[in-house]
Design a protein around this ligand. Structure first.
Ligand code: CA
Length: 465
């Protein structure tokens, strides 16, 4: 039986609202990514279970939550003896490779496993003339990182055994901080102003004290982010807006290079008659604040950070131009990829295959709520507090337990726990925490019970203050 190929493209910190298939082009255009959406399916409720690079990547690879795979923070590299979908695909006869960002640790216990070939950036890696780690050591390659990762991928496709299916992971570094564009896109948006988001001036007055203390504001951007001195004579508000323009333009320039390079991969599939037999997936390890609430970065359980973009094309099974509103999670990716490739899903994987959803069917009892946990309490640069919570299709309850719990990379102090509650229908931008309000009080019991049910179902334990 012939099996489909898998082309899994994952970028780093690319928010769905910086893809025109999602945003309608409000701040940028991504014609190549939109090709995947128009020929396939756009997922509108795809969420990560921990909005930070290393943990989300581990969840994607293993199909398990971070308290199970042990990758809770940026300082907990993944043990490469864990079972992953690439290992299972390789054993089943797939040719497998990963190029680009790994960020799950290095060395004999953490290097990529389950790949016939790999070349990965050390930790975050560099944008320009980056060093790559190969199984036999490091090598520096001249050029721009997004172009290089694509060139490596295309070269591998050219050299592959055409008699066997392939599973290729193209993992871009971009558009991760510090958002360094290539020369080709450096002048994009030069004479334009990117619109500020609806919530740009949100002061977060009803949020928890811990959330208000996060260092994600435009004023927290550093020189390496801005790449120019702040002009003299600006009012405080003008400086905030100036900083946003500096940040968002470089971010979108990095995205433009990803878009071009995704186009190169899609063209390759077309030119080599591979389009019909290849599952193409585009995602990012989490979302990102694009000035939303006045912030950059991620980590929080708020929508812009929680949501992952997910576009999938597979002409044999996915109807063109479709949208899936059912909830899918990063832990569901591994079981879904295995399922789409006709391989068994190991029992220990905690996610569920959403193959029925890509076929347009919604199984009875499909998940309508999800469990989230961010462990890296007050990491030194961003000061985002530890929290867990539940998101249903309508509400979100967040418990800021405000405790590092001895987690690597998490820091004191321990503060009293705080709660937030949002009604995503009445308040989709999460401006108004209604935990203390009468309409919120009526919901708390039910949401707390759902949170406890999910936490127990995935095998995590409640924080006791
Ligand atoms: Ca990331």
């Amino acid at each position: 039986m012939s099996r489909p190929n898998l082309l899994f493209i994952m970028s780093d910190d690319h928010a769905a609202h910086a893809i025109s298939a999602y945003s309608g082009g409000r701040i940028n255009k991504t014609p190549q990514l939109d090709r995947i959406a128009s020929a396939g399916m756009r997922f509108d409720a795809c969420f990560c279970t921990n909005s930070i690079c290393t943990p989300s990547r581990a969840a994607v690879l293993t199909g398990t939550y971070n308290h199970v795979n042990g990758v809770t923070t940026l300082d907990t590299p993944m043990d490469n003896r864990l079972q992953t979908y690439p290992k299972l695909m390789q054993v089943a006869g797939y040719q497998t490779a990963v190029f680009g960002k790994w960020h799950l640790g290095h060395g004999p216990r953490h290097d990529p496993k389950g790949f016939e070939e790999w070349a990965v950036l050390p930790n975050q890696g560099e944008y320009h003339d980056p060093e790559f780690l190969y199984p036999d050591g490091p090598r520096t390659i001249e050029g721009y990182v997004t172009d290089i990762i694509t060139a490596m991928s295309l070269d591998w496709l050219d050299r592959r055994d055409q008699e066997r299916p392939f599973a290729l992971m193209v993992h871009h570094k971009a558009p991760h901080r510090h958002w360094e564009p290539d020369a080709k896109h450096a002048a994009m948006y030069e004479n334009e102003m990117i619109p500020e988001p609806h919530t740009f001036w949100d002061e977060g007055a009803t949020r928890s004290a811990a959330a208000q203390a996060a260092k994600l504001h435009m004023m927290d951007l550093v020189e390496a982010d801005l790449k120019a001195p702040v002009p003299e004579g600006l009012t405080p508000e003008e400086e905030v807006s100036w900083r946003y323009q500096r940040y968002i333009k470089d971010y979108l320039r990095c995205v433009a290079s990803i878009d071009d390079n995704v186009g190169r991969l899609l063209d390759y599939l077309d030119d080599h008659d591979l389009t019909d037999d290849t599952i193409v997936v585009y995602t990012s390890d989490q979302g990102f604040f694009l000035g939303d609430h006045g912030w950059f970065d991620k980590r929080f359980m708020y929508e812009e950070s929680l949501a992952m973009p997910l576009l999938m094309r597979f002409p044999n099974e996915i109807e063109a131009g479709t949208v899936c509103e059912a909830m899918v999670l990063n832990v569901d990716f591994a079981p879904t990829f295995l399922d789409l490739c006709g391989l068994p899903i190991p029992d220990h994987m905690q996610g569920a295959s959403f193959r029925p959803l890509v076929g347009g069917e919604r199984p009875d009892g499909w998940q309508e709520s999800m469990y989230y946990r961010y462990w890296m309490h007050r990491d030194s640069a961003h000061n985002v507090p530890a929290h867990y919570g539940v998101r249903t299709m309508r509400h979100k309850l967040i418990y800021f337990y405000n405790d590092p719990l001895g987690q690597p990379g998490a820091h004191e102090p321990i503060d009293p726990p705080e709660w937030e509650l949002y009604d995503l229908e009445a308040d989709p931008f999460e401006i108004e925490n209604i935990y203390q309000r009468p309409e919120g009080a009526r919901l708390i019991g039910e949401l707390e019970a759902e949170l406890a049910r999910l936490q127990s179902a995935v095998g995590d334990e409640p924080h006791i203050a």
